[in-house]
Design a protein around this ligand. Structure first.
Ligand code: BGC
Length: 694
C-alpha cells in the first residue's frame, strides 16, 4: 500500500482507534480495524526456527508451539563466519513463516556479548560488531527475500539478563557508537529490517521504549530507518512516552492502557502527529506483511534439514586436534560417553525455543560408521532439560537443589572409564544443561557441571585417545584441555546436530567454524568482570570500547581460545597481501587482496579475517579490530585471491568532540589474521589527511 493511502487511512481513524492500534491484539497480533478494512498481522519468535503459538490468546507455556525445524542457534550460526550461509538459513525460516501465515519474525538478536555470563548469549551473534552486523544483515535479507519481515532485537545495550526489566546500561557515547550501536546501524542501513525491537532495559537512565534519542533521533533521523519500532514483550512502562519517543507498537496487547494514549492527546501531552506517525508505521508494516503473504507455500522439511545439517557442519569449531586424532577411522571401536550423546543439548531455553520436527543424536547417527559402545557418564540432572512454564527464571530454590545434583557420580564415572579403556578412542559428550544457561537469568560462572569435568578428567587419565564434543551456548572453561587430544565445539546445533556431529567426527565433513567470541581462561579475566551485572539497577559499562578480544589483545592477556580461532582437517597458507591506496585520497577506500591456498589433502573452507590496527596516534584504541572477513572453499592444492574494499569507517573512531566518526591522519596496518591474536601478513598504509564522517 502506498504511503499516501496509509496516510488517508490514518486520517479516517478516530483518536480511540489510533490509540488502540499502538498496542497489539493478544500476544502475537496487531489489532484489526474492520470498519476500514485493516486486518491483523501475525508475528512469532524467533531466530532459531519458527515458534508459532497458534492456540493461545494468552501464553501459558513458552515451549508449546507448532512443530518447526530447529535451526542452529545464533551462537552456532555466527561461528560459521559465512554470510551466504546465514542468508540461506534465513530463506528457510522465511518459507516456514509463509507456510504458517506469519508475517514478521522476531529476530535475530544482535546484541554484543559483553560478558560470557549473559544467559542469552546463545541467542546473540558475537562480541564483535562487524561480525554481528554482517551476519545479522545477511540473515535478515534471507528472511525478507521470502516476503516475510524480520525484527532485529534488542535495541539497545541489552547485554545481561539480571534485572533485565529495570536495569540501566550506563554507557558512554563513544562506546555506544563504536560497539553497542554499530551492528544495529549497519543492519538498519543495509538490510532494512521490517521492524526493530526496543529492549527491556534503560539506557543511561531512560527506558529504551521511551528513549527518543535512540528510537527517533538516531534510528530515524540519522540512520534513515523507515520501518516500525516494536517494544519487547512488556517493555513499555508508559504508553504515552513510548509513542512520543518513537516506539510505535507496544507488545503484547494491553487494551487496558490504550486510553492513556488518547487521553494524552486530548490533554495536549502527546502531539496527535506523533500518534499518527506511529499508526502510519504500524500500518505500513501490516500491509507490507499481508500483501507479501503467499498462499500454498509448503515446507520441504527434508530439504530444509539438509541445509541445516550443512550449516551445523560449517559452524562447528575444532579447538584442538593433537596427533590429528580426528577424523576418526570408520569401522574403529569408539566409546561414546555422556548423556548428551543420546539426548543432545541442541537449543537454548526461553522465547527462542522451538518444537523440532525430527531431533537427531550423535549416538544413532554414528552407529553405522563404527562400533560404538556407550556409558552414561553423569547423572540425569546434568542432561539437557527444558524449563517449563512462562517463568523463565523458574523457582530459584528448586533450581539450586537441581544444581547440587550436577555433582559427579563416582559409579557412573567408573563405568565410563571401563568402557573407554575397552575402545580405541573415547568421545565424551559434555556441555551446559539448560539449567545453567537460559533466557531470564545470567550464568553463575564459566564452568561446565562438575560431573562433566570430573568425567573428562577420569576418562582422559585412563584413555590417551580422548576427544571432547561440547554443546553449549557460550564459553566454558576447560581445566582438562591439556589431557585430551581433541575438542570439537558444536555450540547449540539445532535438530540436525546428530548427523552433523557424525559427519565431522568421521571426516565426511571438515570443520571450518571460527569462534565468534573469546573463550577466556577464567571469569576474573573478562573485561567487565568488576562491573557485571552492576549494583542496584545501575550497570556501568566501564570497560568502554574494550570488549572481548579488543581488551585481551590490547592487554596481551592469555586466553583459552581467541576470537576467530578454529582448526581444520587441512592446512591453508596465505601469501601475497596487497593494498592499493590509489582511491584513498579521493574516496577514502583501500583495496586489499590476499592469496589463500589449501596445501593439505582434503577439501576445506577457510575464514579469511582482516584486521585494521592504528599505528600510534594520541587516541586510545584497541590494538586491532576486525573490519572484513570472507569464507572460501578450496580443494586440495587449489588457491584463490580474496579481495576486500575497506571504506573510511573501517579506519575511524568516534570523536566525541565532533559527535561523529573520524579518521585520524597517520599510519595504519592492514593485517590478515588466523584469529584475533595471530596475524600472518600485514601491510602499512598512510592516511595523509583526516576525514570526518559526519
Ligand atoms: C523476549 C523477546 C521475544 C519476546 C516474544 C521477550 O521476552 O525478550 O526476544 O521476541 O519475548 O516472545
Amino acid at each position: 500500500m502506498t504511503e499516501a493511502k496509509i496516510k488517508e487511512l490514518v486520517a479516517q481513524m478516530t483518536l480511540e482507534e489510533k490509540a488502540a492500534l499502538t498496542s497489539g491484539e493478544g500476544p502475537w497480533m496487531t489489532k484489526a480495524v474492520e470498519r476500514l478494512g485493516i486486518a491483523s498481522m501475525w508475528m512469532s519468535d524467533g531466530p532459531h526456527g519458527l515458534r508459532k503459538q497458534e492456540n493461545y490468546q494468552e501464553v501459558k507455556d513458552i515451549n508449546d508451539s507448532l512443530p518447526a525445524v530447529s535451526l542452529p542457534a545464533e551462537c552456532a550460526m555466527a561461528a560459521s563466519f559465512d554470510r551466504d550461509l546465514l542468508y540461506r538459513i534465513g530463506t528457510e525460516l522465511g518459507r516456514e513463516a509463509q507456510f504458517r501465515n506469519v508475517h514478521l519474525i522476531l529476530g535475530p538478536g544482535v546484541n554484543m556479548k559483553r560478558s560470557p555470563l549473559c544467559g542469552r548469549n546463545f541467542e546473540y551473534l558475537s562480541e564483535d560488531p562487524c561480525l554481528a552486523g554482517v551476519l545479522g544483515g545477511a540473515y535478515i535479507k534471507g528472511i525478507q527475500s521470502q516476503g516475510v519481515g524480520a525484527c532485529v532485537k534488542h535495541y539497545l545495550a541489552n547485554s545481561q539478563e539480571t534485572r533485565r526489566f529495570t536495569s540501566s546500561s550506563e554507557v558512554d557515547e563513544r562506546t555506544l557508537r563504536e560497539i553497542y550501536m554499530k551492528a544495529f546501524e549497519s543492519i538498519v542501513k543495509d538490510a532494512k529490517p521490517m521492524a526493530v525491537m526496543s529492549s527491556y532495559n534503560r539506557i543511561n537512565g531512560t527506558y529504551a521504549t521511551a528513549n527518543k534519542y535512540f528510537m527517533k533521533d538516531v534510528l530515524r533521523d540519522e540512520w534513515g530507518y523507515e520501518g516500525c519500532v516494536i517494544s519487547d514483550w512488556g517493555a513499555t512502562h508508559d504508553r504515552t512516552a513510548a509513542v512520543a519517543a518513537g516506539t510505535a507498537l507496544t507488545m503484547p496487547g494491553v487494551n487496558e492502557t490504550d486510553h492513556e494514549v488518547s487521553n494524552a492527546v486530548k490533554a495536549g501531552i502527546l502531539e496527535e502527529k506523533d500518534l499518527d506517525t506511529a499508526c502510519e508505521q504500524i500500518l505500513k508494516m501490516v500491509f507490507d506483511g499481508l500483501e507479501a503473504h503467499r498462499e500454498g507455500v509448503t515446507p520441504d522439511y527434508d530439504a530444509e534439514r539438509t541445509v541445516m545439517r550443512e550449516a551445523v557442519e560449517q559452524s562447528a569449531v575444532l579447538l584442538k586436534n593433537k596427533d590429528r586424532i580426528l577424523p576418526l577411522q570408520e569401522g574403529s571401536k569408539v566409546a561414546f560417553i555422556g548423556g548428551f550423546a543420546k539426548e543432545p543439548r541442541y537449543q537454548g531455553g526461553g522465547s527462542s525455543h522451538v518444537t523440532p520436527i525430527r531431533l537427531s543424536n550423535a549416538f544413532e547417527a554414528c552407529e553405522q560408521l563404527a562400533t560404538i559402545t556407550y556409558a552414561e557418564g553423569y547423572p540425569e540432572a546434568a542432561k539437557p532439560r527444558l524449563l517449563v512454564g512462562i517463568d523463565l527464571a523458574g523457582d530459584e530454590a528448586q533450581k539450586e537443589a537441581e544444581r547440587r545434583s550436577l555433582e559427579p557420580d563416582e559409579k557412573l564415572i567408573a563405568e565410563a572409564v571401563e568402557v573407554a579403556k575397552a575402545s580405541d578412542v573415547a568421545v565424551i559428550f559434555a556441555g551446559l544443561p539448560e539449567l545453567m544457561e537460559s533466557e531470564g537469568e545470567d550464568r553463575k560462572g564459566l564452568d561446565l557441571p562438575p560431573s562433566h569435568n570430573a568425567l573428562i578428567e577420569a576418562v582422559a587419565a585412563a584413555q590417551p585417545n580422548t576427544v571432547v564434543v561440547l554443546s553449549n551456548g557460550s564459553p566454558v572453561t576447560m581445566p582438562w584441555i591439556r589431557n585430551v587430544k581433541a575438542v570439537l565445539e558444536m555450540y547449540l546445533g539445532g535438530e540436525t546436530v546428530g548427523e552433523a556431529t557424525a559427519n565431522l567426527l568421521f571426516g565426511r565433513a571438515n570443520p571450518c567454524g571460527r569462534l565468534p567470541e573469546t573463550f577466556p581462561m577464567k571469569i576474573e579475566d573478562t573485561p567487565c568482570f568488576l562491573f557485571f551485572p552492576g549494583e542496584g539497577d545501575s550497570v556501568p559499562y566501564q570497560e568502554g570500547i574494550y570488549i572481548g578480544y579488543r581488551y585481551y589483545a590490547t592487554k596481551k592477556m592469555p586466553v583459552l581460545f581467541p576470537f576467530g580461532y578454529g582448526l581444520s582437517y587441512t592446512t591453508f597458507v596465505y601469501t601475497d597481501l596487497r593494498t592499493d591506496t590509489k582511491e584513498l585520497e579521493e574516496k577514502g577506500t583501500v583495496r586489499v587482496s590476499v592469496h589463500v591456498k589449501n596445501i593439505g589433502k582434503v577439501p576445506g573452507r577457510e575464514v579469511v579475517q582482516l584486521y585494521v590496527a592504528p599505528k600510534g596516534g594520541e587516541i586510545k584504541r584497541p590494538v586491532r579490530e576486525l573490519r572484513a572477513f570472507d569464507k572460501v572453499y578450496l580443494e586440495p592444492g587449489q588457491e584463490e585471491t580474496v579481495s576486500f574494499t575497506l571504506s573510511p569507517s573501517d579506519f575511524a573512531y568516534w570523536d566525541t568532540g565532533i559527535h561523529g566518526f573520524r579518521v585520524a591522519e597517520g599510519e595504519y596496518s592492514v593485517l590478515i589474521g588466523r584469529n584475533a591474536f595471530e596475524m600472518v601478513l600485514g601491510e602499512d598504509i598512510s592516511c595523509q589527511k583526516e576525514i570526518n564522517l559526519l
